[in-house]
Write a protein that binds this ligand. Structure first.
Ligand SMILES: [Ca+2]
Ligand SMILES: [Ca+2]
Ligand SMILES: [Ca+2]
Length: 276
């Protein structure tokens, strides 16, 4: 009886104690629905596994709990695992690949100004990034070997979550604050780039699915077969309130121009960040 009473007392004390167990929300942003079309022209691959809403970000949140930082990226439809990710050391989903870019100093030209290979994007000069968190169905060893092969120059900026999991329509990643260089602070900038996990990527694509000019079973359509189009399906736009205006702003931000005479010299789009 006494032990039971003590147990109840301890539980009650813990539930009100700050720190361990309680999560503080540091960022909470919304994204419009039905803007999972990049610059406004992209459509999903034709295979039926790519269900409507799979790549449509609806909200993004960052919380801190003890020495961890928890990232939550929510999409419009329930997250499925049609390719049985557990059989390839994966994280319980198959289709999404979210890259969370973080600008921790907001200084002109400070950090990495290119996106990871496969996205065909840069970042605006005031929003070059220090860290990117990979929220992928792929296990850590596959992610690391891809980064080593394709993005060695950026490896110090890449953060691998200690846990990646699915809850309904939300992808969750748990990262050690020290891997971000500290707990998220006021003034940090955020961008979530939604792509699709491609297990058999092109030579210069870091586990990303191509956006082509014509439809394919496993290719997005509405872009270019050259690498002048942002291979990006949905991003956040300021102020992160989820309005129709943000949808239009995204379409403008991702509008690309291909240099037909020399496609490799095409100017890449430059992504902004959101500074809540
Ligand atoms: Ca969206
Ligand atoms: Ca920076
Ligand atoms: Ca968006």
């Amino acid at each position: 009886m006494r032990a039971l009473f003590m147990g109840c007392f301890l539980a009650a004390t813990l539930s009100v104690a700050p720190g361990i167990g309680s999560a503080d929300t540091v960022v909470s942003l919304k994204d419009p629905v039905h803007d999972d079309d990049g610059p406004g022209t992209y459509k999903y691959p034709t295979d039926p596994v790519y269900k409507p809403g799979t790549f449509d970000i609806t909200s993004f949140a960052v919380k801190t709990r003890g020495s961890d930082v928890i990232f939550k990226v929510t999409v419009r439809s329930k997250i499925k695992d049609p390719w049985n990710s557990r059989s390839w050391d994966g994280n319980g989903f198959s289709l999404q690949f979210a890259q969370v870019y973080i600008d921790t100093d907001h200084k002109q030209g400070s950090g990495f100004c290119d996106g990871l290979p496969g996205l065909n994007v840069k970042f605006r000069k005031e929003s070059c990034w220090e860290k990117v968190v990979l929220i992928s169905p792929q296990g850590k060893s596959r992610l690391k070997s891809e980064v080593k092969q394709k993005a060695a120059a950026m490896k110090d900026g890449v953060v691998y979550p200690r846990v990646t999991r699915v809850k309904g329509r939300t992808l969750e990643a748990v990262v050690r604050a020290k891997d971000l260089g500290g707990r998220p602070a006021k003034g940090w900038g955020w961008q979530v780039v939604m792509q699709s996990n491609e297990g058999y990527p092109g030579r210069n694509d870091l586990l990303t699915r191509k956006v082509n000019e014509y439809a394919g079973k496993h290719r997005f359509v509405g872009g270019s077969d050259w690498n002048c189009d942002p291979q990006v399906i949905d991003i956040l736009m300021a102020p992160g309130a989820g309005t129709e205006a943000e949808k239009e702003a995204q379409h403008r931000a991702l509008k690309f121009r291909c240099n037909e005479a020399d496609p490799d010299k095409s100017p890449l789009v430059e992504l902004p960040m959101v500074y809540p």
